[in-house]
Design a protein around this ligand. Structure first.
Ligand SMILES: *Cc1c(COP(=O)(O)O)cnc(C)c1O
Length: 414
């Protein structure tokens, strides 16, 4: 599947020239491919055929309603981390019984909203959260279905900011404390124990830590069963990595194969929470070169997208391929691709070999995950437009913000 490719010498999203998108919708602009989004979901569904399993897309990776709706239509569920994401999922047509609620800081209001919606499961991340949930559920005459998010203490070998399965991380319940907390949960009147959950990190390129985590979780499942606490589902989280430059990302088959083998013969529904893997390579950020500023030490290409649009390079020193939309034949030079924001950390790529002219369009690749979702209005920059390409068609799935909208949120003293 070629979501983004050169056709007649210029970069296209499916059958649409990116230059025509820039002309019609302006830049910076996020461009997604419907075919790529569906192909990545299909990669999971193909491996799970005939198995009692649910793919809950992690909304935080990209929460655009157009994308959520595509996944909901294909039967996916959703992993949410806030009341806002719950409302997004519902607005996009999600089945409440396919929603799991993760996150370390669920408020009582968010719990009530989720209980009244009738979601599938709360992934509880601490003892006080469990007690609060029991209280909130009791106060509205509901029973809360829960998993405990257990921290299996495996090293996911990823960036420290996106590793979540180690003891020192803020997420989940310590492995050693899990049994006692399940016993406590079993005694709470408004809690129904449904499953167990773990999520060990993000952008994992080695499937081994997933299997290591599952072994540890299954040990707990058996210990719980021996005590009469029978679980109905096991949630293996998300975290499967994608190719950003020259990494080899595992196939979904090589990731799921060993896990499904370990789970064979057990009567456990399997829940997965992929985020990045479903959307990352299905999107790019289209930007225009405003100025070229060659220098003695470095050459700067100043583009109209910035760290407020795509934070990953500034935040994690992340690499995104940067491709010219209409490649020139001229000599290449090394360019710092930077935005207009007043921070030295505002870069999108360092030392990229490109033949550039002012006015050129560039495509920042692999920007579908944690791109728009992490964007901000820093420097009073309205957020970018988002379009979803489907064959020859371009659908605007989020209008570009206006400065008027931003100002309207503020107030002055009387
Ligand atoms: C972020 C997150 C995910 C998705 O992670 P990806 O690396 O994008 O797949 C899944 N589950 C939980 C609990 C998360 O916090």
């Amino acid at each position: 599947m070629t979501a983004f490719s050169l056709k007649n010498g210029t970069l296209h999203a499916e059958n649409v020239a990116l230059a025509s998108i820039a002309e019609r919708f302006g830049t910076p602009c996020y461009v997604y491919s419907r075919a790529a989004l569906e192909a990545s979901l299909d990669e999971f569904l193909a491996e799970l055929q005939g198995i009692d399993a649910l793919v809950c897309y992690a909304v935080k990776a990209n929460s655009n309603l157009g994308i959520l709706n595509l996944f909901a239509r294909r039967g996916a569920g959703f992993d949410i981390v806030s009341g806002g994401e719950l409302q997004r999922a519902l607005a996009a047509g999600a089945d409440p019984q396919k929603i799991v609620f993760s996150g370390v800081g669920k408020t009582a209001d968010e719990m009530r909203l989720a209980l009244n919606t009738g979601i599938l499961c709360f992934n509880v991340e601490s003892a006080p959260e469990l007690d609060r949930l029991n209280e909130v559920a009791g106060s509205i005459g509901k029973k809360a279905s829960i998993s405990l998010r257990v921290n299996p203490n495996v090293d996911a070998k990823t960036h420290p900011y996106i590793s979540t399965g180690l003891k020192e991380n803020k997420f989940g319940v310590a492995y050693e404390d899990a049994l006692a907390l399940y016993r406590h949960a079993a005694a709470l009147p408004n809690i129904a124990i449904s499953g167990i959950d773990c999520h060990i990190g993000s952008q994992l390129l080695d499937p081994a830590p997933f299997a290591e985590a599952l072994d540890k979780i299954l040990l707990l499942v058996d210990q719980l069963a021996a005590e009469g606490i029978q679980l109905h589902h096991i949630d293996l989280g998300g975290g499967l990595g994608i190719r950003y430059s020259d990494e080899t990302a595992p196939t979904v088959k090589s990731y799921l194969g060993p896990l499904l083998a370990k789970l064979a013969g057990r009567k456990l529904k399997i829940v997965l929470e992929p985020g990045r893997r479903l959307v990352g390579n299905a999107g790019l950020l289209l930007t225009k070169v405003e100025y070229l500023k060659p220098g003695e030490v470095k050459n700067f290409a100043i583009v109209d997208a910035a760290m407020n649009d795509l934070a990953r390079p500034a935040l994690y020193d992340a690499w995104h391929d940067i491709l010219p939309v209409a490649p020139h034949t001229g000599a290449e030079q090394s360019w710092e691709i930077v935005g207009p924001v007043c921070e030295s950390g505002d870069f999108l790529g360092h030392g990229r070999s490109l033949a550039l002219q002012p006015g050129d369009l560039l495509a920042i690749m692999s920007a579908g995950a944690y791109g728009m979702a992490m964007s901000s209005n820093y420097n009073t920059r309205p957020r970018a437009a988002e379009v979803l390409v489907d064959g020859n068609q371009v659908h605007l799935v989020r209008r570009r913000e206006t400065v008027e909208q931003l100002l309207a949120q503020d107030a002055m003293l009387p």
